[in-house]
Write a protein that binds this ligand. Structure first.
Ligand code: KIV
Ligand code: ZN
Length: 507
């Protein structure tokens, strides 16, 4: 026993995180991410806002019914219908939580709700009482709390506890507050709500001023014991508190902290990769903890120091967040069993059928690439395991390009069991490839975003391509990995086009 208080980690990647522009996830992706959150050992997963759409409802229900060993929360406004629908979705979960919210700031009450303080107070209490007819695990959020009259929030929270709320969340909805102020607000709640010992104080910080993690830490320092956060800091506008930053700050500065979390930090990096692959939102290279440069040492003086003693310039061990830093994985003679063990050690689980596909790709790559590292294996996993059903499959691709040739691509696809082919010229080989694919499929979608990264260093590294396309107002992402970057680009484009077909069929 460490004697430290445990901070409840409430992960809202699947709800607030999904509110990041372009971050929508389908049911299969949400389920996969929820399983990863269980591996991370988060305490609560906010799975969605069931009344928002049939799809949201189904996703929450699927997660609540099938994922155990973690509390699943569903969001609801203070309305009977929202609460009933949220309960219907979440009730199959282990210790399911209803999360109700209602704004308490004068700005929101006047302009958005057109309600008086007394009406808000009464509605909050009445809604919590209704939720309490279903469960005793109730969280109430005072939306825009940080810009509200704190004495009024205290009255609302006191009534909320009286009505049955067990967690009281004090969101900085607009990312406006400064750390010292936020700390003082939490202290005020503790000192001025008579029945506060019957509830856990939670915070939910947005990152509009880049202060979400600092504000969450200040709140903890003053008595908050639940923090709402997301992987990679995803979330509405500038996002929410980044879980990896908060957790690693608490762990790394344990000498100054009287709290700890239950997070298994070795799953942080794989979880970050999974979220950016699923959402198509890349992590900025200089992002703390999970950015590509977070453990890279560029200057000669730093490199020299690192060679002599790692702790000269590293305050965290990359292995603690699950970063292999070039761990050599198996070679081309390794068997299926060893590959499965390695995949599991990296925190993933695959079915037998998925393992077969990954194994085949692994062997193909091991034949051409000298050194296979964890990141190579991970790229294959993302490509094969997150693959959605294919309406269009790449059979072959041939490209001609150079300084004095007209870039030309010949593509052969399988569409509905029939092979078709097409050649096109373009400004470059990728342009020519995409034109051939677009012509064969007859798509009118627009390419919004294209990025290519090298997964590891070296000229034999795999290229990882991410694309975002739009078709009739629907935005989807696609990704592909291959040692040949034109092939990786073709795979990514086809992955996005397949995703469109899948969604149109109601996937
Ligand atoms: O930012 C916010 O206020 C929210 C609430 C619904 C908790 O996301
Ligand atoms: Zn929020």
């Amino acid at each position: 026993m460490s004697g430290k208080d445990r901070i409840i980690i409430f992960d809202t990647t699947l709800r607030d995180g999904e509110q990041s522009p372009g971050a929508s996830m389908n049911m299969q992706e949400k389920f996969r991410l929820a399983k990863k959150l269980v591996k991370l050992n988060v305490d609560v997963i906010e799975a969605g806002f069931p009344v928002a759409s049939r799809g949201d409802f189904e996703c929450v229900k699927n997660i609540a019914d099938n994922i155990k060993d973690v509390q699943i929360a569903a969001l609801a406004r203070c309305s009977k219908k929202d609460i009933d629908v949220a309960w219907e979705a979440v009730k199959g979960g282990e210790n399911p939580r209803l999360h109700l919210f209602l704004a308490t700031s004068d700005i929101h009450m006047k302009h958005k709700l057109d309600m008086s303080r007394e009406q808000v107070l009464a509605l909050a209490a009445e809604s919590i009482r209704h939720a309490a007819s279903y469960t005793s695990n109730i969280e109430f959020s005072a939306e825009d709390a940080s810009r509200s009259d704190i004495a009024f929030v205290c009255r609302v929270f006191e009534a909320a506890i009286g009505a049955g709320a067990t967690t009281l969340n004090f969101p900085d909805t607009t990312g406006y507050i400064l750390p010292e102020e936020h700390g003082a607000q939490i202290r005020y709640l503790k000192e001025n709500i008579p029945n506060i010992d019957k509830a856990v104080i939670s915070v939910h910080c947005h990152n509009d001023l880049g202060l979400a993690v600092a504000n969450s830490l200040a709140a903890i320092e003053n008595g908050a014991r639940q923090v709402e956060c997301t992987i990679n800091g995803l979330g509405e506008r500038a996002g929410n508190t980044a879980m990896e930053e908060l957790v690693m700050a608490i762990r790394t500065r344990g000498d100054r902290m009287s709290v700890e979390t239950g997070i298994v930090t070795e799953h942080i990096y794989p979880a970050s990769r999974l979220v950016s692959t699923i959402t198509g939102i890349p992590v900025q290279p200089n992002k703390a903890i999970v950015g590509a440069n977070a453990f890279a040492h560029e200057s000669g003086i730093h490199q020299d120091g690192m060679l002599k003693e790692r702790t000269t310039y590293e305050i965290m061990n990359p292995a603690d967040i699950g970063l292999s830093k070039g761990n050599l994985v198996l070679g081309k003679h390794s068997g299926r069993h060893a590959l499965k063990d390695r995949i599991e050690a990296m925190g993933y689980s695959v079915s037998d059928e998925e393992l077969n596909r990954v194994f085949e790709r692994f062997k193909e790559l091991a034949d051409v690439k000298k050194e296979m590292v964890d990141e190579d294996l991970e790229a294959i996993l993302m490509d094969e395991v997150l693959r959605i059903p294919e309406a269009y499959t790449l059979k072959t691709l041939g490209v001609m390009s150079g300084s004095r040739v007209m870039p030309t691509a010949g593509v052969r696809l399988e569409i509905d069991g029939k092979e078709v082919e097409m050649a096109a010229i373009g400004i470059g080989p990728i342009d020519a490839t995409f034109k051939s694919i677009a012509e064969l499929i007859g798509t009118e979608s627009k390419l919004l975003f294209f990025s290519v990264n090298s997964i590891t260093g070296g000229t034999d590294a795999q290229g990882e391509v991410m694309v975002r396309i739009e078709d009739q107002g629907r935005i989807v992402i696609g990704q592909g990995a291959d040692p040949d970057i034109i092939t990786a680009a073709a795979k990514a484009y086809l992955n996005a086009l397949n995703r469109l077909v899948y969604l149109k069929k109601g996937g």
